[in-house]
Write a protein of this length. Structure first.
Length: 359
C-alpha cells in the first residue's frame, strides 16, 4: 500500500498542516518513502450520509451489482461513512470491500402492516413490535429503524404507526439490547410521542412543534432532516390529493414550514446531521445538495460539521486523528466560502486508497 504526504488546510481546525498516511492510517511524519499528492487542499474528515439506503431500490432489495454502484456513487461524492436507515436485503458483504464506504446499519424498517412502501419494511402489528425490534437490533449495527407515522387510510391523513405505549416499550427494549432507535416521522403526533418515550433520533421531522424541539434539545435527541427528500413534499401531496385531500393539504402545510421548523431546531440546539434519504426516489451521491440545504438554516461551519466531523463523532467514528483510518475528502478551494465546492472533490481517500482522479 502506498504511503502518502498531503498538504492542506485541515477542517474544522482551519490550520495548514502536513498529513502523513501509512498502511491506510494517519501517522506522525515525515515519512521518507511517502508519495506527495501535489497541490494545496482543504481537507475534511470523510463525509457522512446519516440517512441512506445502499441496497434499496424502488421495488425493494437490489442486486449486489446495483448496491455496489450505489456505494461507489457515495464514495466518489466524498461520503465514506453511511448510516443505513433500513434495507430489506443483507449488505454485510460490503464490509469486506476496502474500496466501499463504511456502513452503520439499522436492520430493516419496521412498519405497521399495510402502512408503508410495499416490499421495503418488515410489517408487524402492535403486539409484534417489541419482538421485531429485538430481531432488527441483532441484524443492525447498533441502530433500529421504526416507521413512526404514515398515511392511515381510515382517517385519510398521517397517523402514528403504533400506540404510544407500545412504541415506548419497543424503544426501552432496544436500549436494553444496546441499540439506538430512530424513526421516520412526517407529522406532529408521532415525534411528540416518540421523543417523550426517549427515542434517540428523528428522521425528517417536518411536524416538530416548539415543545418537542425543546425536549429534543434537552435530551440530546438527534434530527436528520433529509432536506433533499423534503423538497419532494409538494409532489407527494399532488400524488395523494385525489384520494386523500386532508393528507395532501397537511403535506403542503408541512412543506411550507420546513425551513422555519428546521431553523427552530438548530437555534434550540438540537443535534442535526446530514442525510439525503438516497435509495428509492432519490439517487445516490447527493450529499453536496444536502449540505447546501443545511447551509440555508445555519452557517457553513454548521452545515459542514453536520456532514463530516460532528456526524462521525455521533456515529462513533474518528475524524482525522493520529492513528485513525485515512478516510478524508479534499477540495481545491475552501468550502466554507462556498458550500457548492463540496460538489467537486479534488480527491477522496478511503482507508489510504485514493479515488476520483486524485493525482
Amino acid at each position: 500500500m502506498t504511503n502518502w504526504h498531503i498538504r492542506g488546510v485541515v477542517l474544522p481546525q482551519g490550520e495548514p498542516a502536513d498529513m502523513w498516511v501509512a498502511d491506510g492510517r494517519i501517522v506522525d511524519g515525515p515519512l521518507q518513502d511517502a508519495e506527495r499528492i501535489e497541490g494545496e487542499y482543504w481537507i475534511l474528515p470523510g463525509l457522512v450520509d446519516a440517512h441512506c439506503h445502499i441496497g434499496l431500490g424502488e421495488e425493494g432489495a437490489v442486486p449486489a451489482a446495483v448496491a455496489q454502484a450505489q456505494a461507489i456513487a457515495e464514495r466518489n461524492a466524498g461520503v465514506l461513512l453511511v448510516r443505513d436507515c433500513g434495507v430489506p436485503g443483507d449488505t454485510h458483504w460490503i464490509d469486506d470491500r476496502d474500496d466501499l464506504p463504511r456502513i452503520v446499519r439499522a436492520g430493516r424498517h419496521i412498519a405497521r402492516a399495510r402502512r408503508y412502501l410495499r416490499g421495503v419494511a418488515v410489517e408487524v402489528e402492535p403486539e409484534q413490535l417489541v419482538a421485531e425490534v429485538e430481531t432488527q437490533a441483532r441484524r443492525g449495527d447498533g441502530w433500529v429503524k421504526l416507521v413512526g407515522d404514515w398515511i392511515d387510510r381510515s382517517v385519510g391523513d398521517l397517523a402514528p404507526s403504533f400506540p404510544a405505549d407500545v412504541a415506548a416499550a419497543a424503544i426501552a427494549r432496544a436500549h436494553e439490547l444496546g441499540a439506538r432507535v430512530t424513526a421516520h416521522c412526517f407529522g406532529e403526533q408521532a415525534p411528540a410521542e416518540l421523543v417523550a418515550a426517549g427515542i434517540d433520533c428523528i428522521e425528517h421531522g417536518t411536524g416538530l412543534t416548539a415543545d418537542v424541539i425543546e425536549t429534543m434539545a434537552q435530551q440530546g435527541t438527534a434530527l436528520v432532516p433529509t432536506m433533499c427528500n423534503l423538497a419532494n413534499f409538494p409532489v407527494f401531496a399532488v400524488d395523494g390529493e385525489a384520494k386523500f385531500p386532508v393528507y395532501a393539504a397537511h403535506m403542503k402545510d408541512l412543506s411550507r414550514r420546513v425551513r422555519a421548523t428546521m431553523g427552530a431546531a438548530r437555534e434550540a440546539g438540537v443535534p442535526i446531521y446530514s442525510g439525503t434519504d438516497a435509495g428509492t426516489v432519490l439517487g445516490h451521491g447527493w450529499t453536496a445538495r444536502e449540505i447546501a440545504y443545511l447551509g440555508e438554516i445555519g452557517d457553513a461551519e454548521f452545515a459542514l460539521g453536520a456532514a463530516s466531523w460532528r456526524a462521525r463523532a455521533w456515529l462513533g467514528h474518528p475524524g482525522l486523528d493520529l492513528g485513525a483510518p485515512a478516510d478524508l475528502v479534499a477540495y481545491p478551494a475552501d468550502p466554507r466560502t462556498d458550500l457548492r465546492i463540496t460538489a467537486g472533490p479534488a480527491f477522496v481517500m478511503l482507508r489510504g486508497q485514493v479515488y476520483v482522479g486524485a493525482r
